[in-house]
Design a binder for this molecule. Sequence first.
Ligand code: PGA
Length: 246
Amino acid sequence: MRKVHIVGNWKMNQSVAEINAFTETVLAMKDLNCEAWIAPQAIHLSMLLTKATTIKVGAQNCSNHNSGAFTGELSPASLKDLGAHFVIVGHSERRAIFKEDDQLLNQKVLKALENNLKVILCVGETLEERESGDFKSILKSQLLNGLKDISATDKENIIIAYEPVWAIGTGKVASPEQAQEVHAFLREELKAVEALEAQATPILYGGSVKPANIQGLLENEDIDGALVGGASLKGESFKELCELSK
Ligand code: PGA
């Protein structure tokens, strides 16, 4: 009942020529059994939105305001107006580099939902936090604080992504068993969020996912897809990920 989602997070990458090459390969995809989504840099959203037919397009971040004097920010209302489908909120790079805390991230989640965008809320622990032993309480607070005050009408617009920070861009993928254990834990914690149906909420894994390891991850009951950085940049590799995800 939970559809598999393969979401490419391009971060601050891709030239116009690279995007053209990507779309040529990816638009030829047919009969997909998964949701195939891409989050390009904000500057490339319009370009990808006019080209994309088989894939859905969204943003890597958004503001906690719809409009006003916020130089350099990305309005969730404008994202919706442009035709964007979703927004990623709370990626570990936003948390660590841009110092976004749970309170701000919750405001972003609520603003994006208010605009009827789907939200991918990211949670994840650093290596230090994992080794400290109590990393699950950190994940729990990222999850529950991020989802605070959402309403039942938003339940179909929430997707969770578990991205252990130590596995992002490092080539060190969490083992399918490690990922499944955390996904099952997160699903259990989601039961505390009255607005959501824990069993129906997709939980994606992210961190060094590539065609060679996607199937092992997806075989697990609580892993419903992947948030993919590096391996989503090339059309061939993204296409392969989608084709392997059934
Ligand atoms: P990666 O990035 O696939 O390159 O590890 C994942 C992410 O940061 O979403």
